[in-house]
Each structure stands twice: as C-alpha cells, then as structure tokens.
Design a binder for this molecule. Structure first.
Ligand code: R2B
Ligand code: URA
Length: 317
C-alpha cells in the first residue's frame, strides 16, 4: 500500500485546528496593486504566493546561505521527502542577497549578518507568509554565537534577547524617534525544544538570555578588533556582569528577530550553538571539523523538533 508522506498527513490533520495568521500591520499595503519583494527577487505580480507557500508551517532562518541549504537537505531526509543528494532549488536564485529553500512545509532562509540584514529579510518574509495565507507558522533562528561561561559546543535556547545594557528590548528608530519593542520569546516553544534536546541527549543545552549586539568586535567586548580602547580586566568585568544578568551567549540578530515575530504573532525561538567561551578568549580557533560539527547541533535539535511535530500532529502549533 502506498504510504501517505508524513508532511501531507500532518497538513491534512492540522486543517481543522484553530488558525493563527501572520499579522501584517500596514494599511498602505492594501493600496498597492503589486508588492515587489526586491531582496527575494519575488513579487505578488509575478509569482503565485499561495500556490508556492500556503502549506508552510515551519520557517528556519540562519546567517549563511550554504548552512540553510544544508539544513534543507537534512530536513528532506528527516521528513522522508528526499535523500541527501536531492537537489533543492534556491527560490531566490534571481538575487544573491538571500537564499531560500522549501522542503514540504519547511522553509529555510538565510539572513546574512547583523540586525539590518535580518530585518530587511524578515519584512519581506512576513509579507510573503501573509500573501501566501499561511497559518500556524513557527519560526526558529538557528545560528552561531559566542558563549559566556558555557562550554564551547553548548546550545543556548534564548529565553529573552537583551541589548548591550542587558535590557530585554529592541530600539528601532522610526521617523527620527526611538520606538522600544519587546524581545521575549515563547516559553512553551522553549520548553518543547528543551525536551527535544533531552531526548537527543548528545550535547549540553541551556536556556539563557542572549545578548544581541551591533558589532562582532568592540560591540562584543573583544580585544582583537582593529581598534580597542579598554583593558582585558574591563572586558572580563563586563562579560561577568552579563553572565550575572543571565546572559549565556552573544550574537547579532536575535533582538530584532524576536521583536518582529512578536508583532506578527509568530511563535518564535532562537537556538544558537556557542563556538567559544568568551571568558576564555576572543578568537574562534577550534579546528574546522569541530566548528562544522558544532554548527550542526542547532540543525539537529530543530530538525528533531519538526520531525516530532510531523509524527505527533496533536501537539500545539
Ligand atoms: C553570529 O555569527 C555572526 C558573526 O560571526 C553573526 O551573524 C551572528 O549573529
Ligand atoms: N557569532 C557572534 O556574534 N559572536 C561570536 O563570538 C561567535 C559567533
């Protein structure tokens, strides 16, 4: 007897559940005949978004295009939607700004480095999900980070993203005024991810605050940038204060990611591996194969989580 693919089975069983759409709070969009998502090289006038994307339930985003391609290939195998050699086309092949891959109901999108880059991508992604009439979407950032007081290779699941003064907020300048947005993340989703990590039982996973900075060097208290005006003692004191404020890792996108997902009503999480312990150094000097291995951990955790949802459609979305 032919087997119903797991993905199809799940989307049918989910169809009756309460629908949560993607909130787009922009009255101006209704007045536009066409919306060109310039940085994706996609548009509502040229592409049939509902036909292309309406079944999307999980969106995974990460900095590097090649990592998001390998995540798509990994998910294809995990969900029995292809093998490791399946060629998954880049939906955004018309641009080299971002890359996007779709495997059944999973979308894998790159966002580049830093708040401005992920913010542009998220505006266009949220509109894409809205125009596609997607519902009950969960979005997870899988990334790399510098650890604070945790063993390198640990995975940090973000409870809240904090700024460089350890406040759980993101400040956006709009028309020359500062607008403060909330950066908390979904506690239920965090617990589901922790449970998955326990079931995998292969690497250390912690819940902690993630400090999101505007820069990799001075912004993260490194001593090895082109400029540095502080002492090693001042650096360590700052990072220890961060640790006391609950910070377990540092990266460069989580604050705007959390803020924008909160506004849009998307269930969101941030899962990052730590490449080093910043209390012990600044340079990322682990051998290449170790770094590659560690970078697969967020993919493995989130892949396990998605697969679990496919085999247990009763779980919340
Ligand atoms: C983690 O790694 C990148 C910097 O190396 C940045 O995008 C981030 O958040
Ligand atoms: N990414 C960061 O933003 N910081 C690090 O230390 C490592 C990766």
């Amino acid at each position: 007897m032919a087997q119903v693919p797991l993905a199809k089975k799940m989307s049918e069983e989910q169809s009756d559940s309460k629908r949560q759409s993607v909130h787009i709070l922009n009255p101006h969009l209704e007045k536009m005949d066409e919306d060109i998502l310039y940085h994706f090289a996609l548009g509502t006038g040229t592409h049939d978004f509902p036909a292309m994307f309406s079944d999307v339930k999980f969106v995974c985003v990460g900095g590097s295009p090649s990592r998001m391609k390998s995540f798509a290939q990994y998910i294809a195998v995990e969900l029995e939607l292809g093998d490791s050699k399946t060629d998954i086309p880049n939906i955004c092949a018309g641009t080299d700004r971002y890359a996007m891959y779709k495997v059944g109901p999973v979308l894998s999108v790159s966002h580049g480095m830093g708040i401005p880059s992920i913010s542009i991508m998220l505006h266009e992604l949220l509109k894409l999900l809205h125009y596609s009439k997607c519902s009950n979407v969960t979005i997870i950032r899988i990334g790399t980070s510098g650890g604070v007081g945790v063993e390198p290779g640990s995975v940090v699941i973000t409870s809240q993203s904090v700024d460089a003064t350890f406040k759980p907020q993101f400040e956006q300048m709009i028309l020359g005024k500062t607008v403060v947005r909330n950066t908390e993340l979904d506690p239920g989703l965090i617990q589901e991810l922790v449970q998955c990590s326990k079931e995998i039982n292969e690497f250390n996973t912690v819940i902690g605050n993630t400090m999101c900075t505007m820069d990799f060097y001075e912004g993260q208290a490194r001593l090895d940038g082109a400029f540095c005006s502080y002492t090693e003692e001042a650096k360590i004191e700052y990072l220890k204060t961060a640790y006391e404020a609950g910070v377990r890792n540092i990266e460069m996108e989580s604050s705007v990611f959390a803020a924008m997902c909160n506004i849009s009503g998307l269930r969101a999480a941030v899962v990052c591996v730590t490449l080093l312990n910043r209390l012990e150094g600044d340079q990322i000097s682990s051998p290449h194969d170790i770094l590659v291995h560690h970078q697969q951990r967020p993919q493995k955790l989130v892949g396990f989580f998605i697969k679990k949802h496919f085999s247990n459609p009763g779980m919340s979305f």
